[in-house]
Design a protein around this ligand. Structure first.
Ligand code: 2BA
Length: 108
């Protein structure tokens, strides 16, 4: 068994969740924030059998768009950078996906 952790743009999270649940995956959505842009994104936790990992990843990939995001000038403060050290725009996503081994899963 594997645990997929997928960080998805908030604008894509509903369609990604729908696609996954339609294929019988069970997902948990966490409200998270990127450390660089400091804007909200969604992290999915998805426990899956090994033979379903590629299907889940392909659905996440299919419904996650890459977007260009302007870096807010205030971003320099939280990142302890000078404003002129920040890029003007960054490409965000589609999705950032981690796959972790799971020792066991129990439901009580
Ligand atoms: P953020 O940390 O807000 O990053 C947003 C975008 O800013 C990133 O897009 C990347 O293009 C850029 N970026 C991030 N850190 C940077 C830095 N130190 N210098 C210059 N540009 C930087 P993505 O790579 O698509 O990441 C989207 C979101 O996924 C991230 O939001 C973060 O929440 C998460 N993420 C991405 N890679 C991660 C990792 N290795 N570990 C944990 N979370 C990650």
């Amino acid at each position: 068994m594997k645990l997929i952790m997928a960080i998805v743009n908030n604008d894509d999270s509903t369609v990604v969740a729908s696609a996954l649940t339609k294929e019988k995956f069970t997902v948990t959505r966490l409200s998270t924030n990127g450390g660089f842009l400091m804007v909200g994104n969604t992290t999915f936790l998805i426990g899956v059998e090994d033979n379903k990992v590629e299907l889940a990843k392909s659905l996440i990939n299919k419904f996650s768009q890459t977007r260009t995001h302007a870096v807010p000038s205030t971003g320099a403060y939280g990142n302890n950078l000078r404003a002129d050290e920040l890029p003007a725009d960054v490409a965000v996503g589609g999705a950032t996906v981690f796959v972790l081994g799971v020792e066991s899963m129990d439901k009580y």
